[in-house]
Design a protein around this ligand. Sequence first.
Ligand code: DCP
Ligand code: MG
Ligand code: MN
Length: 340
Amino acid sequence: HKHDGLEGSQNPNTRTIQILTQMMQIYSSLNDQWRTRSYRTAITTLKKTTTTHITTYESAISLPGIGSRLAQKIVEIATTDRLQRLEYAKLDPQDQLLSLFHGIYGVGLVQARKFVAAGYTTLEDLKTHATLTEPQRIGIERYYDFKQRIPREEVARHGEIVSEALKMIDEKVESHIMGSYRRGAKDCGDIDIILTKPSSKVEELHEVLEKLVKYLFEIRFLMCGLAIARHDDGTKWHGASKLPGEVEGPWRRIDFLVVPGEEIGAAFLYFTGNDVFNRSMRLLASRKGMRLNQRGLYKDVMRGKNREKISEGTLLESKDEKRIFEILGVPYRPPEHRIC
Ligand code: DCP
Ligand code: MG
Ligand code: MN
């Protein structure tokens, strides 16, 4: 590629344009017309943005024709001088295969490596020859459904169906849509919903979840269950849902997190993300001798020689999300700004 980076060097966004162009070329070669078009639009917009270096999410998203995912990529390039997604695309085919398999619901990196090592080369191959768990089987069957982004409005509609159902089961139980939706994303990878009830015990909420899931299957909103992780302190339920009436509509990944009322602040913080932001908050807590998890913020956590936890420590805060920021000594960040 001759003259890379020279062209348009007057524009402060040259590097961003250069990387986005490489990405667009890859999508174009894959015949992904939709992405090719959104990248082209973004590049055109950036080429016209000759006076400001776009480095923040807010400035990127406010540009015409740039959605949340491209805005995130622009920030990533501006702040790290690279784009992970592009580096992945440049990987050799074996690594891409690894990522294809790792992208199946319920397939971790270790399992994906085993599939590659065993010589499987396609999803079809896995489906017919590999030993799979039932969730993995569904993950392959619905691979492209689950990879699709879900428009924000559709996430909201799924959330409404859940909250309507809850009203009949226990009107004091609240549902809140979390994850990228709460961060204001234009589209989401899945639907994350917290179920909670003020001053409730988990046992009570587990019962509500059971009834809810049963009912949502009956009305053919839930299409499958994928995983359920039960803890003393809450339950996470994974499955897929579909809007009624849309016979051919894609299945969407949906997650329920059951949270006792006392822990709602910490759970909100955790389930709003994003994951990188969460890691930075946890690191901050540990630097200040505290510990942050999805149940609360603690101090005086006792650790043994191998840093294993001896005691949970003393709870500082779990109910109030803003208070957790305060105790950590950082200014409150609204969900829309929790992207690292
Ligand atoms: N989470 C986390 N660490 C993980 C996975 C999740 O801290 N390894 C938290 C932060 C996420 C939230 O849970 O924001 C929801 O997880 P999702 O995987 O659903 O991620 P998002 O909702 O943020 O993004 P997407 O739109 O891709 O679903
Ligand atoms: Mg999500
Ligand atoms: Mn999720």
